[in-house]
Design a binder for this molecule. Structure first.
Ligand SMILES: [Fe+2]
Ligand SMILES: [Fe+2]
Length: 161
């Protein structure tokens, strides 16, 4: 018996996914608590860095929660705050243009971040600056992945016309 209450009506695969999502959301919640505790560290820089991770974990928890909610709303009448369904976007041509412009900025940002990282290489063991830049670089890669997905969907919608 599983500890998770799987909504009646889901397929076996959906049920397994649901169980995984709920269990994982609980795990992320616990992890978030640990980071939040570390974020109150009496050492300011440790608190600051743990706070950055806690923010991410909070978002991860919310995403797992929303995903599980989308599975619930497949078989239950009430529609909650699940992940949005994927459909053709409004004005795909404009969306392609917007995402392309943003991708260009993000790629410029990557180069700029790398340049800055090199410039402060001397203080990488004595300040958190290089790590902050590295974190922002990782975020920028994430922004690029999101924008590429949006652009791909917009292009698919353009072809479908
Ligand atoms: Fe996480
Ligand atoms: Fe960005």
């Amino acid at each position: 018996m599983s500890a998770v209450d799987i909504p009646y009506g889901l397929s076996e695969i959906e049920g397994e996914l649901y169980e995984h999502l709920v269990t994982h959301a609980e795990f992320e919640m616990k992890l978030m608590g640990k980071y939040e505790a570390l974020a109150t560290s009496s050492t300011p820089w440790v608190g600051f860095l743990a706070g950055l991770i806690a923010e991410d974990e909070e978002r991860h928890h919310r995403l797992y929660d929303q995903w599980a909610e989308s599975l619930r709303s497949l078989v239950q009448r009430e529609s909650g705050e699940g992940l949005p369904d994927l459909g053709a976007p409004d004005d795909p041509a404009a969306l392609v243009a917007t995402t392309e412009a943003l991708l260009e900025y993000e790629r410029k940002d990557l180069k700029e971040l790398r340049r800055l990282e090199k410039a402060i290489d001397d203080v990488k063991d004595t300040t958190v600056w290089a790590l902050v830049l590295e974190v922002m670089r990782a975020d920028t890669h994430k922004h690029i992945a999101i924008l590429e997905f949006v652009r791909h969907q917009a292009k698919l919608a353009q072809k479908g016309k």
